[in-house]
Design a protein. Structure first.
Length: 351
């Protein structure tokens, strides 16, 4: 409006007229406007260059690289830092081309993961490995964002990546150390609860197991049977054949007993040639049957190879309400004594 008022107020020379005068005013205004737009444009270019420099500095300090892929055009843009963490020269920016050969599996895992998340509206991340030319394998952690147009079609993929090789190696080392520690602890626990010669439960483990089972039986009345057995005339075996043969006989008897043991049973060695067999949820008739089967199995199977044939005597006791481990063991031990006194190679059940 101000320009229009000026054009009306001025007495323009002949040949210029009102329209020509208005055109002159507009041209002058535009020339004047350029005088203040120029510095603005220069400041904007400077800010853009400074922003890009700041971005590059931030990428370098954080070790983060950026990658952008335009699905419609097939063009990709790699930042210099993205190239560097992939072990590539910065001069290849912005598009280094097809680099599947850098990936141990040819890129199958990486691109399958990106394809699997094609509809994701939220960023997602995963790790993948690269093998740069002449360098050790690296582990990169990538955060990916899909870009969509107004119609909901995915148009581009933007990602930032970080080299986490050292972190992953530390985590792997810690996990390996943890597994080793757990394994060593389990082995130590096993050694603490296992008889070194026979591999059966040792006295401590056997008594602990018996105490727990008795606690349950006293609570709900579940049947429980206990068999104590030892090798007949074992001292004479050591005296006649030597202690090495005696140890071999103990190991053979332990193996035969283990073969007869059910999944829920426990057989332990509680003394020199003395063993305990704990039979949960077994009543008197079945307990006697299992004990006789083991006795016969040892009598027939102990002489295989060069070892002397041996027999065992057995004392069988059944759980009674109020039993402790000491009471139940004492009754079974008394029954074992009767079996030996009555001729050995026998099963005797406690009264």
């Amino acid at each position: 409006m101000a320009l229009l008022a000026c054009a009306l107020a001025v007495d323009w020379p002949p040949g210029i007229g009102f329209a020509g005068g208005l055109a002159c005013l507009l041209a002058g205004a535009l020339l004047g406007r350029q005088s203040w737009l120029g510095p603005l444009w220069r400041r904007r270019d400077t800010a853009r260059r400074d922003g890009l420099a700041t971005l590059r500095l931030a990428e370098r300090l954080a070790g983060i690289g950026c990658w952008h892929y335009d699905i419609r055009s097939g063009r990709q843009t790699w930042s210099e830092q993205m190239l560097e963490i992939n072990g590539l020269p910065r001069e290849l920016a912005p598009d280094p081309g097809n680099l599947r050969e850098l990936l141990p599996d040819g890129g199958d895992a990486l691109f399958s993961e990106i394809a699997r998340h094609r509809d994701n509206r939220e960023p997602y991340s995963f790790d993948y490995r690269v093998r740069p030319p002449g360098s050790p394998e690296r582990v990169l952690r990538i955060i990916v964002t899909n870009e969509f147009d107004g119609a909901g079609r995915r148009t581009a993929v933007f990602a930032v990546a970080l080299d986490v090789t050292e972190q992953v190696r530390r985590e792997e080392a810690l996990e390996l150390a943890r597994v080793r520690a757990v394994t060593l602890a389990a082995e130590a626990q096993k050694l603490a609860m296992t008889d070194a010669l026979t591999g059966l439960a040792n006295r401590r483990c056997t008594l602990d197991w018996l105490t727990r089972l008795l606690r349950a039986s006293n609570w709900d009345g579940t049947p429980l049977a206990l068999v104590i057995f030892d090798i007949d005339h074992f001292k004479s075996i050591n005296d006649c054949f030597g202690h090495a043969t005696g140890d071999a006989v103990l190991t053979r008897v332990a193996g035969l007993a283990r073969q007869q043991c059910r999944d829920d049973d426990l057989i332990g060695r509680i003394g020199g040639e003395e063993f305990v067999w704990i039979l949960p949820d077994v009543g008197p008739p079945r307990a006697r049957e299992l004990a006789e089967r083991l006795r016969a199995g040892i009598a027939h199977g102990s002489a295989e190879g060069d070892l002397p044939r041996v027999t065992v005597s057995m004392g069988l006791a059944q759980f009674r309400a109020g039993d402790t481990a000491e009471k139940l063991l004492a009754r079974a031990d008394a029954a074992l004594y009767v079996a030996k006194e009555s001729g050995r190679n026998k099963v005797h059940r406690a009264a």
